[in-house]
Structures are given as structure tokens and as C-alpha cells.
Design a protein around this ligand. Sequence first.
Ligand SMILES: Nc1ncnc2c1ncn2[C@@H]1O[C@H](COP(=O)(O)OP(=O)(O)OP(=O)(O)O)[C@@H](O)[C@H]1O
Length: 101
Amino acid sequence: MEEQRLILPGGRYEKGKLIGTGTFAKVYHVRELATGESVAIKVINKDQVKDQGMVDQIQREISATRLLRHPHIVELREVLATKSKIFIWYQPSLHRHPCFP
Ligand SMILES: Nc1ncnc2c1ncn2[C@@H]1O[C@H](COP(=O)(O)OP(=O)(O)OP(=O)(O)O)[C@@H](O)[C@H]1O
């Protein structure tokens, strides 16, 4: 995927590689332009979640992940929702993915 500038809720980011795809989400490596910091952003498609009746499960996953603090579990930093998407920011330092320095 070609790199491109993105304006996401919460700031301006340079969009990097797609690093993973789940049932409802795509996860991208992005760099925050203001700080140069690398983060993983999970982008969840709300319509798909609603269509499959999984809204409660996604809400539970977000609530539970917010509370978790463990060296082997990526830390959820922030969640923002628009009309059609949910964006979840993950702290980069705990990741073991080649995208992250
Ligand atoms: N914080 C992260 N850092 C690096 N890669 C990640 C991160 N979060 C997710 N990924 C990658 O993105 C993929 C998709 O993640 P996602 O959480 O959407 O789905 P999943 O939990 O793997 O599967 P499912 O949605 O079916 O339960 C993961 O399998 C992983 O490879």
C-alpha cells in the first residue's frame, strides 16, 4: 500500500502499511505528524459490526482492553468513533511488529 497523509479524528497521521486484518477491522501502522511517533490504529467498520449483531461484543472488548496492563498485551490508548468507523489507538512500545522501531 502506498503511504499517504491522513486526517483521522485526533490528529494528522501518515498512513503506513496495513499490518493485519481481523473479522471486523483493519490495523494500520501510522505515524503522528506532530510528534513522529509510530502507533497502530485499528479501524473497525461499524456497519459490519451492527449487521452481524456484534455491537455488545466489540463494546466489551474495548472496555476490557482499556483496563488491561500487562507486558504481553498491547495497551489501548484511545478510542474515537465517527458515524461509520471506530478508531482504536494502540501504544507502540509494547508491539513486536517489524513496522515498529
Ligand atoms: N497493536 C497491534 N500491533 C501490531 N499488529 C497488530 C496490532 N493489533 C492487531 N494487529 C494485527 O492485526 C491483526 C488483526 O487484528 P484484529 O484485532 O482486528 O483481529 P484478530 O483479533 O486477529 O481477529 P478477530 O477479529 O477475528 O478476532 C492481528 O491478527 C495482528 O496481526
